[in-house]
Design a protein around this ligand. Structure first.
Ligand code: FES
Ligand SMILES: [Fe+2]
Length: 409
């Protein structure tokens, strides 16, 4: 049996039980996740077409941090913490917009150049001399990969996005993602579940035949998920030869024009690239989408996403993109319900843990990556909340020491 494009089959006797239930509702653990998963790993903020010209900016808040992405007068895209060096106000209040050639803090009016340096304080005589660089906006890491803008609030264990996504670079390049234009704008919604329940549903296609009638109709027979390897995953499906039981799928298939920028094997297929911790790019013949989720609290998650179109879009492609939106809306609603049911179980005294199928090996390999950065997840019983961070730090130190010893041998 060919499992997936990297042809990785689950080993015999793998642990099918998933993460401990306590990790889905522990406040102390969420603090560790914010630091070790979300602040220190790459997150997609937007696409370059969301900030096309000099002075265009886009803001993105996650886990208590605030980012502003701004294109300079030199055309260069830069990322900064959206924190004024005077008293910490947001320098940019709107989610998205254009400024002339400076960012002006709405609190007392400090002015920053688009390269982040301080242009000047209001009433400068009331301060000692302010160094333009020392009091500039604090930069954060920003990388664009295939047109998508990734940011990282703090340095962490991941290498560059390009390095991790390298296995998919050749295929992704065929989609000319740098040329995309915004179709929906970046939108978000709040779901009343722990963020890991969102991931657990997203990391497997075993639920597609039962829970997603439209996706099953469109591509269910050929769908497969790769396990997570090196921080990435890929899922892929070509359309079913007899797809079209449902109105939206039938019209989508019938209307779909030839997609001239793609080779034949990708013209009737959808696929998904995942990048740890929560980024997904969906590639389709007439549209590209991204989504990611970030925790708001142990029981609330912000689901973000956007859809992009091609500048050469035909009327038929516009129509098929509309049908994709219909299929998506149904799919998202179905998934949100599944995440709620799964998440509820984590507080039940009777829940004995997952028992995963070989087709859900992506869930297990994702959990493995979380255990790498948060080894405290290997503890079946919830440690004392007050000691959780300390125990995790000890376990990380012990792991690092062991790795050091192995390297020396
Ligand atoms: S906080 Fe920005 S100018 Fe005062
Ligand atoms: Fe789903």
């Amino acid at each position: 049996m060919k499992w997936n494009s990297r042809n990785i089959a689950p080993p015999e006797n793998w642990d099918r039980s998933g993460l401990p239930a306590w990790s889905y509702h522990s406040d102390a653990f969420l603090e560790l996740e914010k630091e070790h998963v979300f602040r220190t790993h790459w997150l997609i903020a937007c696409h370059i077409s969301d900030v096309p010209g000099p002075g265009d900016y886009f803001t993105f808040d996650a886990v208590g941090e605030r980012a502003v992405i701004v294109r300079g007068t030199d055309g260069v895209l830069r990322g900064f913490h959206n924190i004024c060096r005077h008293r910490g106000s947001r320098v940019v209040a709107d989610e998205k917009g254009t400024c002339k050639n400076a960012l002006i803090c709405p609190f007392h009016g400090w002015v920053y150049n688009l390269d982040g340096t301080l242009r000047g304080a209001a009433r400068p005589n009331s301060f000692p001399e302010l160094d333009k660089n020392e009091f500039g906006l604090i930069p954060l890491e920003l990388e664009t990969w295939m047109g998508f803008v990734y940011i990282r609030f703090k340095k962490g264990p991941q290498p560059s996005v390009a390095e991790m996504m390298q296995p998919f670079a050749e295929e992704a390049a065929l989609y000319k993602m740098e040329e995309l234009l915004p179709a929906s704008g970046v939108t978000d919604m709040i779901s009343e579940v722990n963020w890991k329940s969102v991931r657990d549903v997203d990391n497997e296609g075993y639920h597609v035949p039962m829970a997603h009638p439209a996706l099953q109709d469109l591509y269910g027979a050929a769908y497969y998920d790769e396990p997570w390897v090196g921080g990435t995953t890929r899922s892929f499906a070509t359309f079913n030869p007899h797809a079209g039981r449902l109105w939206s799928v039938r019209n989508y298939i019938n209307l779909q024009p030839e997609t001239t920028h793609l080779p034949e094997h990708l013209q009737k297929a959808w696929g998904y690239y995942g990048l740890f911790p929560s980024n997904v790019i969906i590639f389709m013949p007439e549209a590209i989408q991204f989504y990611n989720e970030v925790p708001l609290s142990t029981g609330q998650t912000l689901l973000r996403g956007a859809s992009y179109k091609y500048p050469w879009e035909s009327r038929r492609q516009r129509a098929t993109r509309y049908l994709i939106d219909r299929i998506d809306r149904a799919t998202i609603e179905e998934d949100v319900q599944l995440t709620i049911w799964s998440n509820e179980a984590m507080k039940s005294k009777s829940f004995a843990g997952f028992y995963l199928s070989d087709l859900e090996y992506g869930v297990k390999t994702y959990h493995d990556q979380l255990r790498q950065v948060l080894p405290v997840l290997t503890l079946k019983d919830e440690p004392e909340e007050a000691r959780l961070a300390e125990i995790n730090a000890e376990m990380l130190a012990a792991k690092a020491e062991k790795a050091g010893q192995q390297a020396a041998e």
